[in-house]
Design a protein around this ligand. Structure first.
Ligand SMILES: N[C@@H](CCC(=O)N[C@@H](CS)C(=O)NCC(=O)O)C(=O)O
Length: 212
């Protein structure tokens, strides 16, 4: 093993944020594309909790939380100042996203999987958070200040998923600053680069490097 190994799934919002931080930091790693219903044994041995992303480091450490991967990458190199935003506000917004918004997003997007979940009620609950994000962007430019920081990159993949449930509704929602913020990230170089498609990884495949 010459480089750290990232187990990732292209469409997973947690994996997206980890990939973006790794990408911007310039840290080179091997990329192993995972299919969630067919996870590789190598990954399950490293991380029995069996979620992506997982980053295996050269010294044997394994990082199995996307935010920790972001911090690991940015502690190594943070060329765009992603760590410069207020850490308390950053944590508050990310906790709100991961612990509350994500649940409403799942209820909105996958209501058929749950009993007694009304997708429109879930959307209404999620909207309270969208409204708050919109007013922060309106006021500051980005979620925590005049430049994009870790919190924007950690959250926009989830807003993206939300928007795609009903893009027409999202685009016509009373949150124009948020709509533009998302649109700009979706068109950004960094996002397009980390969304490159790869085949499912199998042992013995030619190594794919994330950042050539
Ligand atoms: N707290 C974890 C959550 C990661 C997570 O839940 N990833 C999903 C994919 S989006 C997953 O791997 N789920 C396991 C599965 O569906 O089998 C993190 O931030 O890395």
């Amino acid at each position: 093993m010459t480089y750290p190994i990232l187990y990732s799934f292209r469409r997973c919002p947690y994996a997206m944020r980890a990939r973006m931080a790794l990408y911007v930091s310039g840290l080179r790693c091997e990329l192993r594309e995972v299919v969630l219903r067919d996870k590789p044994a190598q990954m399950l041995v490293l991380s029995p909790k069996a979620t992506v992303p997982v980053l295996q480091l050269l010294d044997g450490r394994v990082i199995e939380e996307s935010l920790e991967i972001m911090h690991f990458a940015l502690d190594h190199n943070d060329p765009h100042g992603w760590l410069s935003a207020d850490p308390v506000e950053t944590k508050m917004l990310i906790d709100q996203n991961d612990l509350i918004f994500k649940n409403h997003l799942d209820g909105y997007k996958y209501s058929a999987r749950y009993e007694n979940v009304d997708p429109l009620k879930e959307r209404e609950k999620a909207e309270k958070i969208l409204m708050q994000l919109n007013s922060r962007i309106d006021k500051y430019g980005f979620l925590c200040g005049p430049q994009a920081s870790l919190v924007d990159y950690a959250i926009f993949p989830f807003v993206r998923q939300f928007a795609y449930v009903d893009m027409n509704w999202f685009k016509n929602s009373p949150y124009p600053a948020l709509v533009k913020w998302l649109h700009d990230f979706l068109e950004s170089d960094i996002f397009l680069r980390v969304m490159k498609k790869y085949e499912q990884w199998h042992d013995g495949d030619e190594v794919i490097y994330f950042r050539e």
